[in-house]
Design a protein around this ligand. Structure first.
Ligand code: ATP
Ligand code: MG
Ligand code: MG
Ligand code: MG
Length: 560
């Protein structure tokens, strides 16, 4: 491609609204442009990179025998009503009506659609196992879109769903996906750690998140300094605080003087069935003090579903009373505003009452209400595991780091197949629900995470496998015939050999063009300048400082 013809709006200045490096560099390299909050358009230099990541994902999925399909993005409400999620999904789901008043959503995830497809086509164990995936746009009305394409409202996800006849089948499907993810991220040269993730309300089945350690991450991950223990803080335990989220629930039930039934609460809040997956209500002196609402993990964003609890204050109980009842001490947040959608509580309820985020017991706090976003306090006040706590596996000290979740794999079990009637006849002719798993990777977020790891002060340094182009040929001065003509010749030769190559034929100073090629992160640069009279050009790798003078004949060998 000739750069003089490209839509490649590079920026010299750091855009003021971009806080993190990857966001700044994606804007500066002309990969993306913002259209509205959490909504980006992808320009030529961006789309090439995203497509390469998609192709890597596609190859690795296909290698595991997964089959690509494409699902409609517009999903009829009926499917979500069948699974029970239509009512429990919070405002993160974009909903719309057609001209006849029928309800739809823009798919935020596609368990329902895939289950629907499979229930109509699969009847026998002989047709299983099956793994289907798509690489498509997802829509989520994120509460706080941020950091460029790291968290948007319109993004590309590879989502795969496995369908098995038995638990061993699911285990194999899950392991295959684990392996595929490891390979995908390795090919993108993205250093990452699989960590245990909370499997939430669906029971003890396995779940792993692929985390990229980074200060800009919105998750917290616990790592052991002595062994391979790694877990999302939502899931993590330690010898000091042996409380997992599940245990927290149990503890609450044992120690709470009065626990309301879900039916009573539904009546109280006037909410539909299913809106409370797990709700606990606390009393003190006959007065309601706090309610902890726990969502089904599949309900809303995983984060919320994993561990969200909120304490709703009633009757304006004093902080002392709350402390007395909940046992929370240090850093108890006190009454603060928290958005309704986060807690699956009607806005009206929130408007009328103070909502607090805190613990029912020290160390058994409400996890994952985002610190700084939803409440103020000291970092760490709300963690169930503290830095330096002892590892539950080996007893060595634990470290806590921030991470970006780039992928998530999960054993679903029969939640969807049961509610939506996706069954098969087993070897004995008996009808059984299909056992499912789901597996997601965010394409744009993966690219952003790669940039976080591969850049310097001059710009992006693309790993070869996902670079938008492999080589840029730069004539030093396009007005000099021998520069331009020879550059053209090399460019055409490389192109004919299948090399993805750019020709910087713009009438700009060499320094300007070098700056752009560094910013764009093109792995190899061939500069055609004064040495061309001796049949020589300059060869430079983006990731190294040294330049080398090589003969024109060598060029093809060097770049291939
Ligand atoms: P997060 O915890 O960051 O909100 P999630 O747990 O809700 O992510 P999943 O439902 O597990 O996300 O989706 C699978 C993958 O899709 C994530 O691991 C991530 O790479 C990507 N993803 C999720 N939400 C977004 C978003 N708003 N913008 C870009 N990518 C996203
Ligand atoms: Mg989310
Ligand atoms: Mg998550
Ligand atoms: Mg997730």
């Amino acid at each position: 491609m000739r750069m003089s013809r490209m839509l490649m709006p590079t920026l010299k200045e750091v855009p003021s609204d971009a806080e993190i490096t990857s966001h700044q560099l994606m804007l500066r390299a002309g990969m993306i442009r913002k259209m509205a909050s959490g909504i980006y358009n992808q320009l030529p230099m961006g789309i090439r990179v995203f497509r390469k990541v998609e192709d890597i994902i596609r190859e690795e999925m296909n290698a595991k025998g997964a089959q690509e399909i494409s699902c409609a993005l517009l999903v009829p409400a009926e499917l979500w009503q069948e699974s029970g999620r239509w009512d429990v999904m919070g405002p993160e789901m974009f909903r719309l009506k057609d001209r006849n008043g029928r309800d739809y959503c823009l798919g935020p995830t596609h368990e329902e659609t895939f289950t629907h497809i499979v229930r109509n086509e699969i009847t026998s164990y002989k047709q299983l196992p099956l793994n289907l995936y798509q690489i498509e746009t997802k829509f989520r009305d994120e509460r706080r879109p941020r950091f460029g394409v790291m968290r948007t409202r319109n993004f590309t996800m590879k989502d795969a769903y496995s369908f098995d006849a038995d638990q061993e089948g699911l285990d194999k499907s899950y392991d295959d996906m684990f392996d595929a993810y490891t390979r995908i991220f390795a090919r993108c040269e993205l250093d990452n750690s699989p960590v245990q993730a909370d499997s939430g309300a669906m029971g003890g089945s396995a779940s792993a998140e692929f985390m990229v350690k980074s200060e800009v991450g919105e998750d917290e991950i616990v790592f052991c300094s002595g062994c391979d223990y790694a877990a999302n803080i939502e899931k993590a335990t330690s010898v000091n605080h042996e409380s997992s989220t599940e245990e927290m629930k149990e503890m609450s039930e044992i120690e709470t003087p009065n626990v309301h039934t879900i039916e009573e609460l539904q009546e109280f809040f006037k909410m539909d069935a299913g809106q409370f997956a797990k709700t606990l209500i606390y009393y003190a002196d006959g007065k309601t003090v706090a309610v902890v609402v726990r969502g089904d993990r599949d309900v809303n964003e995983t984060k919320v579903a994993n561990a969200i609890g909120g304490a709703v204050e009633f009757e304006l109980a004093s902080e002392d009373t709350i402390k007395a009842v909940t046992g929370a001490e240090v850093g108890f947040a006190g009454p603060i505003g928290i958005k309704a959608d986060y807690l699956f509580i009607d806005q009206e309820v929130v408007d009328q009452r103070n909502v607090i985020v805190g613990a029912n017991k020290t160390g058994y706090h409400i996890q994952n209400a985002n610190f700084g976003r939803d409440f103020e306090g000291q970092v760490g006040d709300f963690r169930n595991v503290q830095e330096g706590d002892k590892c539950p596996k080996c007893g060595q000290p634990l470290e806590i780091m921030r991470g970006v979740e780039v992928g998530h794999i999960f054993k679903l079990g029969t939640k969807y197949s049961e509610s939506m009637g996706a069954t098969f006849l087993d070897q004995n002719g008996k009808s059984q629900p299909i056992i499912m798993g789901c597996y997601g990777i965010g394409v744009e977020r993966t690219v952003a995470a790669v940039i976080e790891q591969h850049h310097d002060e001059n710009g992006i340094i693309w790993p070869l496998a996902i670079a938008p182009y492999h080589v840029v040929v730069v004539p030093v001065n396009v007005k000099k015939e021998e520069h331009l003509e020879n550059a053209e010749k090399i460019y055409k030769e490389l192109e004919a050999a299948g090399v993805e190559v750019l020709l910087d034929d713009r009438n700009e100073r060499a320094g300007f063009k070098f700056k752009d090629s560094d910013l764009l992160g093109i792995p190899m640069r061939i500069t055609v300048g004064k040495d061309i009279v001796d049949g020589k050009v300059e060869f430079k790798l983006r990731k190294e400082a040294d330049k080398e003078i090589i003969s024109v004949d060598e060029v093809l060998d060097r770049v291939k």
